[in-house]
Design a protein around this ligand. Structure first.
Ligand code: AMP
Ligand code: MG
Length: 287
């Protein structure tokens, strides 16, 4: 936290600057922008450390409360095109918190077993346990994004999924999970640079998938699918945040702030002892 006499580098809280609204137009998103943030890369890097430490403290309280009967949890949903930086977000933001308290899941092409089930089956299995910080690298939204763009099921099927997802998320929220949905936007040019880097660097070859190049030709279709996702699933109980991702230092501090906000709103205290504190001090002194 900035000290009282320091001016916050945020002109507006990230939750306000990034919240999707009815007027959000995917085609107008500037992936280079740094909404609400007035500093640059250097300050961003410094803040990531400071706020990461603060986030870690909040998460530990969530975990501690989960251990003593509190059913609540937080779920971060990361959705974005290839190279948007989902993996880096997990490493650099979630990387600040104790791994014991994190329930991480990533969702790729459904396995043969997953294909035999309803598309929400594999998602339900990975929802965060009480006291945990859940992170989804891709999610059920793939079933209205890649599935829609590639016609993997007919329109009559995918078009019903928006309402179904809203209902699904309503139940998750009602059971005590705060959902933070982050739509990560990288520009077509920046994606090209990042894919080129994957080809140049042997340590990044494993991330390169030849089919990612073909997806670039479908960019307008993906934009349309992302627009429909934002239009139809941006509920007050599970809101979308639109995060420009060309500047990784920005997207990381921004998502860090979104998580901090979600955890602060839980108003978590350290759990009270379930034993007689004074008695235990005496017992220990004599042991
Ligand atoms: P990556 O995140 O790079 O490991 O890639 C995972 C791939 O799985 C992406 O190309 C996704 O679009 C794809 N994928 C994820 N969920 C689904 C789904 N439900 N149906 C088809 N493809 C999917
Ligand atoms: Mg990939």
């Amino acid at each position: 936290m900035p000290k009282d006499d320091e001016k916050s580098p945020w002109s507006m809280p990230a939750v306000e600057a990034l919240r999707a609204g009815p007027d959000t137009r995917v085609e107008d998103i500037d992936a280079n922008a740094t909404p609400g943030f007035e500093g640059g890369k250097e300050l961003g890097a410094q803040l990531l450390e400071e706020r990461g430490a603060y986030l870690s403290g909040l998460q530990e309280r969530l975990y501690a409360n989960g251990r003593t009967g509190d059913r609540r949890s937080v779920l971060l949903v990361l959705q974005g095109m290839d190279t948007a930086g989902k993996g880096g977000m997990v490493r650099h933001v979630i990387g600040h918190v104790d791994p014991q308290g994190v329930d991480h899941a990533s969702f790729g092409v459904p396995t043969p077993e997953e294909k035999q089930h309803h598309y929400l089956w594999r998602i339900s299995k990975e929802l965060p346990r009480a006291g945990q910080l859940g992170v989804f690298d891709r999610s059920h939204y793939e079933d209205v994004l890649v599935v829609r763009v590639h016609n993997l099921v007919p329109e009559s099927v995918w078009s019903t999924r928006y309402d179904e997802i809203n209902q699904f998320e309503r139940e998750i929220v009602d059971s005590g999970t705060t959902i933070v949905k982050v739509a990560m936007f990288v520009s077509l040019d920046e994606q090209k640079k990042r894919l080129a880097e994957r080809l140049e660097r042997p340590d990044k070859h494993w991330k390169y998938n030849p089919s990612d190049v073909g997806e670039r030709a479908l960019w307008p279709d993906y934009q349309e699918a992302y627009q429909a996702m934002l239009d139809r699933t941006n509920t007050d109980y599970a809101p979308w945040y639109v995060v420009p991702c060309n500047r990784k230092w920005y997207s990381r501090i921004a998502v860090g702030e979104l998580l901090i906000d979600a955890l602060e709103r839980l108003d978590l205290d350290w759990p009270a002892p379930t034993f007689d504190l004074e008695l235990e001090k005496q017992r220990l002194a004599q042991a």
